[in-house]
Design a protein around this ligand. Sequence first.
Ligand SMILES: [Fe+2]
Length: 343
Amino acid sequence: MKKLLAGLSGLAFLSAMAGMLYAWAGERPRIFLRRYRVALPGGAGAGIRILHLSDQHFGPDDWVRRRRLRRLQELTANLNPDLILFTGDFLHNDTGLDAVEAMLRTLPPARLGSYAVLGNHDYVEYSYRQLFTGAWQSSAASREPGVRLKALFSDIRSVAQVFWQIYRNDRLRFACIANNTDELKALLDLYDIRLLQNESIPVPEFPNLWLAGVDDPIEGEVDLVKAFAGIPAEAAVIYLTHNPDLAYAPEAARASLTLSGHTHGGQVVLPGLGAIHTQGTMLPRDHPAGYFDDVPGDGKMIVSRGMGESTPLRFRCPPEIIVIDLAPGDGNRDRGLRIALNR
Ligand SMILES: [Fe+2]
């Protein structure tokens, strides 16, 4: 019996280790391409091909970063996009700025331009050190057992609190270090990526199709009224917001199609349980990314799983880039989704 129990625990341990290894190295470099076909009201922009990129989370140079950049180049080489739309989190921290430049250099040209909004990680890097209060370490000099024990409990309570927040799918916000957002903005400017921070702009050659972009609600300054101001009543609107929660704001009801990211699809999706965490958004664990038809107004939203992640683990949730072909027809009658093709 003892032998059986030891064998079973050994097997469980090895399976857990294999699962962790797979989540760290198996899916992370394998970017997928997902395709959608969407009809906007009045068939606005029909024929336009959009490349939607989100959540690169570029950090220090490593094999995953290099494989992803190569894969992105392969996937986009023959796409011929008319518009490239970025929905934020280019950076994980400042060490990723050179990878942002490498990505912008290798992307195909977009006839009608490239546009972006920023995500929370473009402003700050979060530190996991807040998981621990540090009480145990700072109590090291004390010889009183009671003090050390209290410190240990304080650290354990702090870690337990974080796990409780993950369990409840609450928003987690650790201590942060500022990222060099100005340098990121300068880089975007250098490569003609138009940043939309609470503003809107007509798509060149398509006066009945506008783009609106809003700042990040966690680290930026959101002004939705400003973001949608000046858009003609008859125009269809593609709305860029890093955080999908801002698709459900009443002021965003003017959007015909919302593009978003931030959730990373949950990163780790367990059978029967769904995504471990949706980055504190309102999206449910069983639908943390993909196509949504429940947002206000015309009611379409596409949330990308993103190209990167915050914690370096992905399980049953590979990274992705998205291609959207705008189709003729009336988006009010035809909800527009044709199909997602994965490869
Ligand atoms: Fe992100």
